[in-house]
Design a binder for this molecule. Structure first.
Ligand code: SAH
Length: 394
């Protein structure tokens, strides 16, 4: 295709050659012609000698100025191209899971930069987080239609990532009727997600394996599921034989999903849901001298931008300290960070300090990330955003 050609500046081609999917604005020759391109325009990216290296989506207003779609400089970015990428993404998920509930597309790692698609059987929730993907939405919908027989398609375009790309925020049901909570299957148990009114795309599929692992530590125990959203951790633990679980979240809608799931799985008698602020709940439970055999602390992102790193790390330390204080002797603690701006080492250091601030010692059982339907791009450490640390405390 005759896409406009943009040139890398001298010496700025090494990262692209190594396979990195992004080109920053200071690496490209930003002349008037480049600046005049519509956000999201497909372009060819060439080295200083003029040799085309890749086809990318360009946004002159974003720090991440170009996102690579293909290393084939003759690629045409159309519905067929997208369909092939979607088919590849689908093949991986079908290999991983028996039930059609998963993240179908995880952006750069699936060769579709900026695009997220979560699948709830015949309901698809799409999020276009880059100008390029936003612009490709019509072709994308055509491709999606060929790959998955969906009755419902929701464009959940309300992420903060879109603001950084200069895109409008909106939530649109573009196929089927808008409906409330829908049922999903995860680790063989039933849960409810609310793709339109709920958080993110409606369900945090990334914690699937961590919920299953946590449940192994929960047999016969009291479990605290702090920042519970729809009760993924607490209910999986109850299904594995936990004695009781306490789900705490500040969102009433989230707790409603948890209550529905508990009833659906027949464990509503063992789940208590409380609407409360995370840190005040931790204080209250400590004052009441409550103890748990397993505490799950899975907060929202504390570090939304690099500027917040110091304050965010302090937050994780405090979270580790106050949740460790509620863990019984030989009980377990999981602390998670979903901030892509937080490196694993720093997170682990702060959590270790927090546990020690609580006067506790312990063993790190394992450090995990997101489930495999959220693959990460090998050259994009940011895409391995989720970090979970499981401890057993003395
Ligand atoms: N553990 C959940 C996902 C957690 S997402 C799961 O397995 O699905 C983070 C959750 O924290 C959201 O449900 C959000 O409503 C809640 N939340 C955000 N800030 C909070 C606060 N200050 N106190 C309590 N809950 C909070």
């Amino acid at each position: 295709m005759a896409y406009p050609k943009l040139s890398l500046l001298a010496g700025q081609d090494r990262r692209l050659r190594s396979g990195h999917p992004w080109i920053y604005s200071n690496e490209l020759k930003m002349d008037a012609a480049a600046k005049a391109l519509e956000p999201g325009t497909p372009v060819k990216v060439a080295d200083v000698a003029g040799k085309a290296m890749a086809v990318a989506q360009f946004n002159p207003h974003s720090l991440i100025a170009a996102r690579v779609l293909s290393r084939n400089q003759n690629a045409t970015i159309d519905a067929r191209f997208l369909e092939r990428r979607l088919q590849r993404a689908l093949r991986l998920r079908e290999r991983l899971f028996d039930h059609p509930y998963y993240r179908l597309v995880h952006a750069e790692a699936d060769g579709l930069p900026g695009l997220v698609i979560d699948r709830f059987d015949r309901t698809l929730v799409l999020q276009a987080n880059s100008a390029g993907m936003d612009r490709l939405t019509p072709e994308l919908l055509e491709a999606v239609d060929r790959v998955v027989a969906a009755d419902h398609i929701i464009l959940k375009n309300d992420s903060t990532a879109r603001e950084r790309e200069g895109l409008k925020l909106s939530v649109d049901v573009i196929k089927g009727e808008s409906k409330g909570a829908i049922e999903l299957v995860e680790n063989e148990f039933a849960f409810f997600a609310d793709p339109v009114g709920g958080q993110k795309t409606g369900w945090y599929f990334d914690q699937r394996d961590n919920r299953a692992f946590a449940a192994k530590l929960a047999k016969g125990e009291r479990v605290l599921d702090l920042f519970s959203y729809g009760g993924g951790f607490g209910i999986t633990a109850l299904m594995a034989g936990a004695k009781e679980a306490l789900a705490i979240d500040r969102s009433e809608g989230a707790l409603e999903l948890a209550k529905m799931a508990a009833a659906r799985n027949g464990v509503d008698g063992k789940l208590t849901c409380l609407r409360e602020e995370g840190f005040s709940a931790l204080d209250r439970l400590a004052k009441e001298k409550q103890r748990f055999g397993l505490v799950i602390a899975d907060p929202p992102s504390y570090v939304k931008s690099k500027r917040d790193l110091k304050a965010g790390l302090k937050g994780y330390r405090k979270l580790a300290r106050t949740s460790a204080a509620l863990v019984r002797e030989e009980g377990c603690l999981m602390v998670a960070s979903c901030s892509h701006n937080v490196p694993l080492d720093s997170f682990r250091d702060e959590v270790r300090k927090g546990i020690s601030d609580a006067g506790r010692g312990g063993r790190l059982l394992c450090q995990t990330g997101a489930s495999a339907d959220h693959p990460s791009h090998p050259l994009l450490p940011e895409s391995a955003y989720l970090k979970c640390l499981f401890y057993m405390l003395d």
